[in-house]
Design a protein around this ligand. Sequence first.
Ligand code: PEP
Ligand code: CO
Length: 467
Amino acid sequence: MKQKTSAEPDAHSNKPVTPAPRPSGLNRLDAYRDFPAAQQPDWPDPAELHAAVRKLESKPPLVFAGEADVLTRRLAQAQAGKAFVLQGGDCAEIFADAKADRIRSKIQTVLQMAVVLTYGASLPVVKIGRMAGQYAKPRSASTETRDGVTLPVYRGDAVNEFEFTEKARRNNPWRMVEAYDHSSSTLNLIRAFTMGGFADLRHVHEWNQGFRENPAYSRYNAVATQIDKAIKFMEACGADFDALKRVEFFSSHEALLLDYERALTRSDSRSGGAVAYDCSAHFLWIGDRSSKPEGAHAELLSNVRNPLGVKVGPKAHVTDVMRLIEKLNPLHEPGRLTLITRMGADAVRVLLPGLVRAVRAANQPVLWVCDPMHGNTFTTPSGVKTRRFDTIINEVKGFFEVLRYEGEVPGGLHVELTGDDVTEVMGGSEDIDDEALSRRYETLVDPRLNHQQALEMAFQVAELLGQ
Ligand code: PEP
Ligand code: CO
């Protein structure tokens, strides 16, 4: 597991670590208001929105600029093939689940996966949660109709409530303030868990042993045994396990709600206020539905210095993606930009090569990360939104094949997962079928890998990484 050494910058240090000059962007922070903004809620009352935004502006930052800079450096390492990125968490966090046990099991799952991937890749794994801010969702329609009643669509807990009543579905800007508060307490717990001994490599390995004892997972025994031996070897060599108790864990979410992201964008005191960071999370990404190069999301994020992601779906045009890349990373800085491809298991093999070549031709340093979830969603005959475990793995394989063939680095994995035993994704060793889906289907938006499926994925990707 990647540890801080004295040669590396401290995440809390006050010194700017990305010295490359970039147009400050500070005087353009409000320019996005003149650009078309996809996927924004219709806030019913401008005065109410104004008051909620003022409140958000008065809140302290959730993350520090120096931490975002450290992540940029980690992502630059991944781009160079010297680290692997694991980004995971719920499709949509919900306020009711911002509780210690749920947060703990999610972190635990990501840490367990990270140990397996670290072994497979023989590289440090950069851990990023889709956590502490993933409260807003893009939707395919702005309303939903049930039994002749039409109401605003559910856009995530930061906007309205899932329950299908007029009161619950009203878009309420004060929920953005609530989202901030839940993000803050979640982040506090993440920091406590990852700094306070919970992430001890030996504990994490012990949890994985439990997984291994289940005969359904015997195919993973070889890797688990090897990790076991590696840890015993480290112990025998006198490795400093105390130093391995702390792990870096970064936060991320889709930067969807412009009012929220703008209110948490702050000028960086270290630079004398000359540059800005979106202090709602370390890493922000632009979703597939709001990724127009001339759109408001691209404009706002082009003016902050956080590391950024862009989702690239099967319908994206290479020329648009290239314009977006140029806009977000005009100085071609390593670590600044991650392309998160989510094309679908078949399309990835067809579409990704062209994009990879265009990016290379433009000499743009991007980190390639695979989201094998969003291109593989379907609805069962009984009306349940799901994904198949095998198809998910197949997209990851296609992603690795293409990047390796093109001589580029498959740099990471972006997954929707939970630490609980939900039944939302079909397949896996427990072979969840159509019928079993209804046993514990809890997600309000997209289906997530459960704890066991997430670990299985880690073992399978570890095999790919080791090849
Ligand atoms: C998501 O990540 O939950 C999502 C909506 O993804 P995309 O923008 O790729 O569709
Ligand atoms: Co999703």
